[in-house]
Design a protein around this ligand. Structure first.
Ligand code: ADP
Ligand code: ZN
Ligand code: ZN
Length: 731
């Protein structure tokens, strides 16, 4: 037992567990007190975990003799610098999410697993080509060297002192020998250098005005760069980045999950001869750690990443750019449900630097913030380089030849554009062959056993697959319920559409791009290259096609299923649908060839759609916002969604009901609880409670109270819950 003495020192630690609050630990007697932001290895209950020191405390809340010592401090310098720690603490409060989990989300996985930060001359080593390929027999007489190489070949080929010490004793001489034999090479931080920026095209007037619209003297501001697709927004970002680098500062650029394409990377590296690092989910943990180190050491000039790259320490950060700011992937949909755009605004404010939000189709929040005078707005109204805007038309999906997924007008247009030697892109946001299989005799549906959803029929390979829980089964040869032999598929997926088109346009080469067709690593890039080289006449795809790609020869875009967005229970569905339609439309006619966009709908006269097509996105936004205003929905009010789920029917509903006050006070509306629109998913019953208020503060007081009450109750048997502040998806 540890005896309490006046000299003992204590720290408060954020631990990555789903519990609120910090935990007190004692500093081991012979250690120095760690700085806030350093990692501590510790025992929590019976588990070994890594927590983050959040500061010292004189009087621990727990009795001094009950407090444990942590085992070790892993860092000599904080891995989370003070400014970032402050941001994450505010985020933890705003999203009502435990700080330990917030910090764990913000740090690279490798660091939370105890990897060493490569600092103070510490190195990473990696296998050379020889080290990867030479037969191991060559190391016959050096068993330890051989063992080290064998281990590295099994993993990603990188190691550091920490990982070697964990497996080998006295490994240093072996590593040295391997470096001499050129089987291993040390990689350390690249030398400091200044970035060289190659010249870009001469800016047009609007672009120049936009560049000048953000004053170069430092200071916080948020700017919405509203520019139609192809208007040269990226060129404008480049000038701002250039200016930032010239001041000796670092730039952070966030792009959507599927926007970080090889094309974009190439564009950046062609323009900037600089230390450019990327951060995205397709990288290994060590690759991510490497990028993080370079950024945190101030050596990376530009960090280009997806959502969580926002939390990268950058000591000389001078600019944040968020491209496609409306994109849904900036909101995390599980665990710590933060919005990278909203936290970027906090970070930019704290660091007193400009934040740029670029898009052709601003989120309603950003549009509203401009109207409220909180954001500055700059516009690019014309396509750069002379390309003309596409012509968009609605066509009636009900007028088609029987069995054809294409309406008469779309069919004719495809024919014409192909005959003219151009490329055609058809967009259907549903993969697989058909969304469901049914029995015409008894009405049986291919329902998932674990979800309230149909299983999708896939043709190659032939399988019924649930897109919600991943369950799979062989398509039954006859109806499982009545034995009828002719089961029929209903609806269209990309697979079926492709097969139809192959028959309808036998001369055309067709490429399908969706999550199924691009599962293999590198296959998406290969397919896109084919399109670019003109080896493909027709492209069929899901929303994977909507963003970031540049298809200069596509002159016709057809959208086949825009109706789903109009009749969804989610209040954001129409907004997302309009953004998607314009994104897809923006793929057409970007170069010298004018584009045509046909949107097929069973409701071609729907007033919102009509407004979007005839008057444009801004008029559409204003009209759609009127509906939200009447209902007090965001951005006019503030929302939070409390979700619960349980394997037991009713338990989630009961849990949420138990939290609702008998007589709610006037400032916050309690809507629900209701069973979620898809009540059962992956075998769990789900329910939700929506809280709405015109008063952000009042809402957050209620949320804090809710979280407190739930914590007080202790764990509720069989119920999992989560809180989503500012939800972007209410399904
Ligand atoms: P956005 O990001 O708005 O979609 P991009 O920056 O990708 O637009 O520009 C679209 C195309 O126009 C690119 O090929 C780009 O190189 C070109 N471009 C941009 N600005 C100019 C300019 N001022 N003069 C000539 N071409 C330009
Ligand atoms: Zn049947
Ligand atoms: Zn399922």
């Amino acid at each position: 037992m540890v005896s309490a003495s006046p000299q003992r020192r204590y720290v408060q630690v954020a631990v990555p567990v789903p519990l609120y609050g910090l935990f007190d630990y004692a500093v081991p007697a012979d250690s120095r007190v760690p700085e806030a932001g350093c990692r501590l290895q510790l025992r929590f209950g019976h588990r070994e975990l890594i927590g983050i020191c959040c500061g010292t405390i004189d009087q621990p809340a727990t009795a001094a003799d009950k407090i444990r010592e942590y085992q070790a401090c892993l860092d000599s310098e904080p891995v989370i610098p003070a400014s970032l720690m402050h941001l994450l603490q505010r985020a933890s409060q705003y999203y009502h999410h435990p700080l330990g989990d917030v910090l764990a989300t913000a740090l690279p996985t490798a660091l939370m697993q105890g990897r060493a930060v490569d600092e103070g001359g510490r190195s990473l080593w990696r296998l050379t080509q020889q080290g990867r390929e030479e037969p191991l027999e060559a190391l016959q007489r050096a068993p330890k060297q051989r063992a080290i190489v064998a281990v590295l070949r099994e993993s990603d080929g990188y190691c550091d002192a920490g990982s070697l010490s964990a497996r080998f004793e006295n490994w240093r001489s072996s590593v040295k020998a391997l470096i001499e034999k050129e089987w291993l090479e040390a990689i350390s931080l690249p030398p400091e250098r200044s970035a060289v920026v190659r010249p870009g095209p001469e800016l047009n007037e609007e672009q120049r005005a936009a560049v000048d619209g953000v004053p170069s003297e430092q200071g916080f501001s948020t700017t919405l760069l509203r520019g139609v697709t192809g208007s040269g927004k990226t060129e404008v970002y480049f000038r701002w980045i250039e200016r930032c680098l010239a001041q000796g500062r670092q730039a952070l650029v966030l792009v959507p999950e599927i926007g970080l394409t090889p094309q974009l990377l190439e564009r950046f590296s062609q323009r900037f001869e600089a230390n450019l690092v990327v951060l995205h989910s397709g990288m290994t943990d060590l690759e991510r750690l490497r990028s993080w180190q370079l950024a945190a050491a101030g050596r990376a000039h530009i960090v280009l990443g997806t959502r969580s790259a926002l939390f990268t320490p950058m000591p000389a950060l001078g600019l944040i750019v968020i491209d496609e700011e409306h994109d849904a992937s900036f909101k995390q949909q599980e665990g710590f449900r933060y919005h990278a755009r909203d936290l970027a605004a906090l970070r930019a404010q704290a660091e007193a630097i400009p934040l740029i939000l670029g898009t052709a189709t601003p989120s309603f929040e950003s549009h509203h913030n401009v109207r409220q005078g909180r954001y500055r707005e700059l516009r690019l109204s014309q396509r750069a380089g002379g390309a003309r805007p596409p012509i968009i038309r609605m066509v009636d999906a009900r007028q088609h030849r029987s069995g054809s997924p294409l309406s008469h007008s779309l069919d004719r247009a495809v024919e014409q554009h192909l005959a003219a030697g151009n490329q055609v892109m058809l967009f259907l946001n549903r993969r697989g062959y058909a969304p469901t299989l049914i029995c015409p005799q008894c009405g049986w549906h291919s329902d998932c056993e674990r979800c309230d959803a149909h299983m999708t029929l896939h043709f190659q390979p032939s399988v019924l697959r649930c897109h919600h829980c991943g369950s799979e089964q062989r398509p039954p040869p006859h109806c499982p319920s009545c034995g009828h032999r002719n089961l029929q598929h209903q609806g269209q997926g990309t697979e079926q559409l492709t097969m139809f088109l192959e028959e309808r346009f036998p001369e055309a080469t067709i490429s399908r791009i969706d999550r199924d067709s691009t599962r293999r690593k590198g296959s998406l890039e290969a397919e896109l290259k084919k399109v670019q080289r003109g080896e493909v006449d027709m492209l069929v795809g899901t929303q994977m096609l909507a963003k970031g790609h540049h298809f200069p020869s596509v002159t016709l875009v057809g959208v086949l299923d825009c109706d789903r967005g109009l009749f969804s229970a989610d209040f954001k569905a129409t907004e997302h649908m309009a953004q998607l339609i314009l994104q897809v439309a923006g793929r057409a006619g970007r170069a010298d060839k004018p584009g045509e966009v046909l949107i097929q709908s069973t409701q071609p006269d729907h007033p919102l759609m009509h407004c979007l097509i005839t008057q444009g996105y801004e008029a559409f936004t204003q009209q759609a916002l009127k509906e939200r205003q009447v209902l007090g929905l965001p951005p006019f009010g503030f929302a939070a969604l409390l979700r619960a789920e349980s394997v037991e029917r009713e338990a989630a509903m009961r849990f949420l009901q138990s939290l609702c006050p008998a007589s709610p006070d006037g400032d916050v509306q309690w809507l629900g609880p209701i069973p979620s629109p898809m009540e059962r998913r992956a075998g769990r019953y789900r329910a939700q409670l929506l809280l709405l208020s015109q008063n952000r503060k009042a809402l957050h007081v209620v949320l804090a109270g809710l979280v407190h009450t739930i914590q007080q109750q202790g764990s509720i048997k069989n119920v999992r819950w989560s809180l989503d502040v500012d939800p972007t998806n209410t399904l």
